[in-house]
Design a protein around this ligand. Structure first.
Ligand code: SF4
Ligand code: SF4
Length: 84
């Protein structure tokens, strides 16, 4: 099963809690400000993410989501192209 990890830059207040809690040291706080003047967290090492969701649980602003990528959607699109 594949997952996607997403941080909403505009919700993030750059508190760094997710960076601290991540067991795989995936996250860092950016040096680029968002539109609200905060430095948001980002996945500096996405390849190390194990999708444990600890960062999502910890974030006080609910800025992090992990979603399951539905496999088969791309295949279905390919099948539809073939049938055209
Ligand atoms: S899901 Fe887990 S491993 Fe991935 S960034 Fe969040 S805390 Fe780190
Ligand atoms: S815990 Fe949430 S608000 Fe804090 S830095 Fe991480 S994503 Fe941003």
């Amino acid at each position: 099963m594949a997952y996607e990890h997403h941080i909403d830059d505009e919700r993030c207040k750059g508190c760094g809690l997710c960076v601290t809690v991540c067991p795989k040291n995936v996250l860092e706080v950016s040096d680029q400000v968002n539109t609200k003047g905060y430095f948001p967290a980002y996945q500096a090492r996405p390849e190390d993410c194990i999708y444990c969701a600890m960062c999502c649980t910890m974030c006080p602003d609910m800025a992090i989501t992990i979603t399951e990528i539905v496999e088969g959607v791309a295949d279905l699109e390919k099948m539809e192209e073939k049938n055209e």
